[in-house]
Design a protein around this ligand. Structure first.
Ligand SMILES: *[C@@H]1O[C@H](CO)[C@@H](O)[C@H](O)[C@H]1NC(C)=O
Ligand SMILES: *[C@@H]1O[C@H](CO)[C@@H](O)[C@H](O)[C@H]1NC(C)=O
Length: 344
């Protein structure tokens, strides 16, 4: 890899609120990692609960636009290529696949009482670039690879990029698509669980990337490594006495979907670190990152907000996906109302 300086946009999910951390990889000839330590908590509008007094009004949250591209896709769709690294059980793959199939616009017009992944994604349509082109209307799963530990069970961030570059051989190289590496619960990844649940970045133009800058992301399964950080609220933490029941019966995978949703929204609206974000480019607060820990009305740090409940299993969720699968996705900053929102 011939990257000189690599900055990873890291997404952090903590039970009690929002942390965004950037890992900076400085390379001279070889790449050396120098991840920054955990940053101080990023401020977002505090949410008052009933009976709580507020002395100062909530600050208005603004994600500034930095004149760079957003992901507009091709024919208004972004292709999604997924590398499953390690061991994913068939049921885990099924759950993840159903999530990836949930971005299609369907003909059915669901009522507001039936929130869906597609309606959630449509918030990103309100993020438009300087040519007035919005983020693509949909995302379509376009290919998957299963890799059984070709690089072992302990990866660094440049290994993640290597897996993406290698996948170009199967998927082709397309800077208008997204590439996502998912690592199974037994795989350790540099900085994973050190306030990081997933990251996104892009390849630099080189021979191996057909001179393209391809956006890619990585998300790990935190089930055994740090569930209370990356699988909250399906693991204990914050004001939750007991963890919520995960809608697909797998706290690791249901937690991964939260982070995947976060990373996909961040990649779509800030693929090259010059799109929409608040704050320092090295610790950007992105579309969903700005609303971390917020999954429903009335959320405040440590409490996810009011969620839907599956009466047969007791599971909590906030959106329906393909085949009526149920998922939890983070709210996204809404560029018109300047508030976090779950649906358009
Ligand atoms: C990442 O790990 C590989 C071994 O798989 C090693 O060769 C490489 O130097 C490491 N890169 C960094 C930046 O630490
Ligand atoms: C669960 O039951 C309650 C009470 O009957 C109902 O209001 C709610 O809509 C049901 N949840 C779902 C997801 O259907």
């Amino acid at each position: 890899m011939d990257s000189r300086v690599m900055r990873l946009f890291s997404i952090v999910l903590l039970g009690f609120g929002t942390f965004v951390q950037a890992g900076v990889v400085n390379g001279e000839n070889s790449m050396k990692t120098a991840f920054l330590g955990p940053h101080s908590q990023v401020h977002r509008p505090s949410r008052a609960t009933a009976g709580e007094f507020r002395l100062v009004p909530d600050p208005i949250l603004i994600l500034d636009y930095h004149n760079g591209p957003v992901m507009t896709g091709k024919e208004d769709a972004i292709k999604l290529f997924v590398v499953y690294y390690g061991d994913f059980a068939p049921k885990q793959r099924l759950t993840l696949r159903q999530f990836f199939k949930s971005f299609w616009r369907r003909r059915t017009q669901w009522p507001a009482s039936h929130p869906t992944v597609e309606k959630w994604w449509q918030i990103t349509r309100l993020y438009v670039d300087m040519y007035a082109t919005p983020v693509a209307r949909s995302m379509t799963p376009a290919g998957e690879i299963f890799n059984r530990y070709s690089l072992g069970k302990s990866l660094n961030q440049s290994n993640i990029q290597d897996l993406v570059v290698k996948s170009f051989g199967t998927f082709g190289v397309d800077a208008r698509s997204m590439y996502l590496v998912l690592t199974s619960a037994d795989v350790e990844v540099e900085s994973f669980c050190n306030n990081v649940c997933g990251t996104h970045y892009y390849t630099f133009p080189s021979d191996t990337t057909s001179s393209q800058m391809v956006p890619y992301g990585w998300v790990g399964n935190a089930a055994t490594q740090c569930p209370s950080m990356c699988s909250w609220p399906y693991a204990s933490g914050g004001n939750l006495q007991t963890p919520l029941v995960a809608p697909n019966g797998d706290e690791g995978i249901d937690g991964m979907i939260i982070t995947i949703a976060n990373i996909l929204a961040g990649m779509a609206t800030n693929p090259y670190g010059n799109g929409f974000y608040q704050g320092d480019a090295s610790i950007p607060l992105e579309a969903a990152g700005a609303c971390q820990g917020v999954y429903g009305p009335g959320a405040f740090p440590g409490y996810p907000g009011e969620l839907l409940v599956d009466n047969s299993t007791g599971a909590s969720f906030n959106v329906y996906g393909a085949k009526n699968f149920k998922f939890l996705v983070p709210w996204i900053w809404h560029p018109t109302t300047l508030q976090c929102a779950g649906q358009v």
